[in-house]
Design a protein around this ligand. Structure first.
Ligand SMILES: NC(=O)c1ccc[n+]([C@@H]2O[C@H](COP(=O)([O-])OP(=O)(O)OC[C@H]3O[C@@H](n4cnc5c(N)ncnc54)[C@H](OP(=O)(O)O)[C@@H]3O)[C@@H](O)[C@H]2O)c1
Length: 199
């Protein structure tokens, strides 16, 4: 399969590349690195990316930025960061990929554990992750030509604990290689409308 991975140069994305590249034609996409570049906050940039790549069988998205701050300090513009980047970036990737996905292809998005286990300063992340999971359920019943969609909702990565540790006390981290298996299940399996909770 031809698999486009947006966020391929990141902590999760690079593990997904490692998991899939021996079996598939993997196309790594980053913001500044990778074989192709895209800015997911700009729909025109996403359209340009897909036009360059052409038809493919699977889109994997391991991207998304949200602002972390105590709820009392959050403002509409700080909430807009996560809405425009992690949420609408992945919604727009989904929408704009459908004309390039081959019949029976798949979309795999990334949310995160904060949709179900909140932490302090994580209100935007929890909100955006919950919205992505709800979008996945809804899109699954409407995508055309047998195109599937799932969402991976990982716990904090072992590899990211050094920087995130103070925020995730008591959380059991998961190695990126184990998280990557959920993406393999989505791309190489037959499920749709699933939220794969890892950790
Ligand atoms: N790390 C964790 O513990 C963890 C746990 C649960 C959920 N998540 C979620 O998983 C996703 C990825 O996290 P990560 O830790 O793997 O991130 P990361 O290591 O910071 O990597 C981010 C990736 O996204 C790309 N990117 C950044 N901004 C972009 C933009 N505007 N348009 C297109 N690509 C962009 C980067 O490309 P360049 O390298 O070219 O800049 C890189 O490939 C995020 O949504 C995060 O919330 C992460």
């Amino acid at each position: 399969m031809k698999v486009v991975i947006v966020g391929a140069t990141g902590a999760i994305g690079s593990a997904v590349v490692n998991e899939l590249r021996s079996r598939h034609d993997v196309i790594p996409v980053g913001k500044s690195r990778g074989d192709f570049q895209v800015d997911i906050t700009q729909p025109a940039s996403i359209s340009g990316l897909f036009a360059k790549i052409g038809k493919f069988d699977a889109l994997v998205s391991t991207v998304g930025h949200v602002h972390f701050a105590p709820l009392a300090e959050m403002t509409p513009s700080l909430f807009a960061v996560g809405i425009n980047d992690k949420l609408m970036g992945q919604v727009n990737l989904t929408q704009l990929s459908t004309e390039y996905l081959n019949p029976g292809g798949s979309v795999t998005l990334t949310s995160g554990i904060l949709s179900r286990e909140p932490i302090r300063a994580g209100s935007s992340a929890s909100m955006v992750n919950g919205a992505l999971e709800a979008f996945t359920l809804a899109a699954a019943i409407e995508l055309p030509r047998g195109i599937r969609i799932n969402c991976v909702s990982p716990t904090v990565l072992t590899e990211s604990m050094e920087s995130f540790c103070p925020y995730f006390r008591g959380f059991e981290p998961a190695p990126a290689a184990r998280v990557a298996l959920a993406y393999s299940k989505s791309v190489e399996g037959h499920h749709t409308g699933q939220i794969y909770r890892v950790g």
